[in-house]
Design a protein around this ligand. Structure first.
Ligand code: TYM
Length: 335
């Protein structure tokens, strides 16, 4: 990684369940193009995933699947640092430190915490509440300037900024205060069954989500069943026509055609034909990624070498920040 005066980008995805088209269009797709201009770190955030109970064998598989998926989506381990969060213990260490300057009130107010508490009432653990502090730790450890994420992470980013400023004010400038990089289009892909809700990995209704592991037939079938509206005009209007607008966004981001051109293309065309075109555009993007992901996941030795190098490079940076933090707090360095 070239470290010369380039700004730092950090992002991550949880290795839980099947990665969705929302995760791809809102986040992962945007990572590869940043690699030349920035020093990028892309992390598989396994520590985050255990805030919801996981089956160990599935977690192991999902983690390696996601590492391979990052590379298949264009993350180049020769340009970026690709690593697994639990391989760099500084994440948990800094999170503890940041916990001590986080207020229970501000964590209690987090929208995602409230949603998850409702969903996982039987497992309302402290990790679920601390989750945004660990995320702040991920970001601040690398003196991150930019965090490319979907809209649902904006509130967590705000907390990371607040904690950086709070620590800097209390001790002295230590952390870069990060900015979010949330793209106008694709930052909130909606469920195919309920366009008022986001497309979510944990949605129990399989027809609501497209995953990056779906077969072309499954993708066609899901788009065919996607809800629409009573009009028959393919027009972008997020308020009046949220379902069609969501499909248009997906079409535009996968085909590369602007929304305005797509509206012209589908003028006078029925929803059935439009949905087939959306499915075709999505399949054309997903199929080559799937093939590459499959090839990579079979090459265990390669993935392990990438992860070994990634963890070493990440830890070198993380250690530096953490040592600085510990010094400012008043901890005595190891003799
Ligand atoms: P996660 O794993 O839920 O989602 C990964 C990324 O996908 C985005 N995303 C979406 N974008 C558009 N439309 C959707 N329907 C959609 N659903 C999800 C998310 O915004 C995210 O960018 N807390 C994070 C992971 C994380 C992280 C970090 C991210 C941990 N530490 C540090 C950035 C920096 C999360 O749960 O993402």
């Amino acid at each position: 990684m070239d470290t010369q005066n380039k700004k730092v980008v950090f992002s991550g995805v949880q290795p839980t369940g099947k990665i969705t088209l929302g995760n791809y269009l809102g986040a992962i797709k945007n990572w590869a193009p940043l690699q030349d201009e920035y020093n990028c770190l892309y992390c598989v955030v396994d520590l985050h995933s255990i805030t919801v109970q996981q089956v160990p064998a599935e977690l192991r598989k999902n983690t390696m699947d996601l590492v391979a998926l990052y590379i298949a989506c264009g993350v180049d381990p020769n340009k970026s640092i690709l690593f697994i969060q639990s391989h760099v213990p500084e994440h948990a260490e800094l999170a503890w430190t940041l916990d001590t300057i986080s207020y229970i009130g501000e964590l209690n107010r987090m929208t995602q915490f409230k949603e998850k508490s409702r969903k996982h009432a039987d497992n309302l653990n402290m990790g679920l509440m601390n989750y945004p502090v660990l995320m702040a730790s991920d970001i601040l450890l690398y003196q991150t300037d930019l965090v490319p994420v979907g809209k649902d992470q904006v509130q967590h980013l705000e907390l990371a900024r607040d904690l950086a400023e709070r620590f800097n004010n209390r001790y002295s400038p230590t952390f870069v205060v990060p900015e979010g990089l949330v793209y106008k289009s694709g930052s909130s892909i909606k469920s195919l069954q309920d366009p008022t809700a986001k497309m979510s990995k944990s949605d129990p209704n399989e027809n609501a989500i497209i995953t990056l592991f779906d077969t072309p037939d499954e993708i066609r079938r899901k788009f065919k069943r996607a809800v629409t509206d009573s009009e028959t005009c393919v027009r972008f209007d997020a308020d009046a026509k949220p379902a069609i607008s969501n499909l248009l966004t997906i079409y535009s981001l996968t085909s590369g055609e602007s929304i305005a051109d797509a509206e012209k293309r589908f003028e006078g065309v029925g929803y059935g034909v439009f949905k087939e075109a959306v499915a075709d555009a999505v399949i054309a993007v997903i199929e080559p990624i799937q093939q590459e992901q499959k090839r990579l996941v079979a090459d265990k030795a390669y993935l392990e070498s990438v992860l070994k190098q990634g963890a070493e490079s990440a830890e070198r940076i993380a250690r530096k920040t953490l040592s600085k933090v510990y010094r400012k707090i008043g901890f005595i360095p190891k003799f």
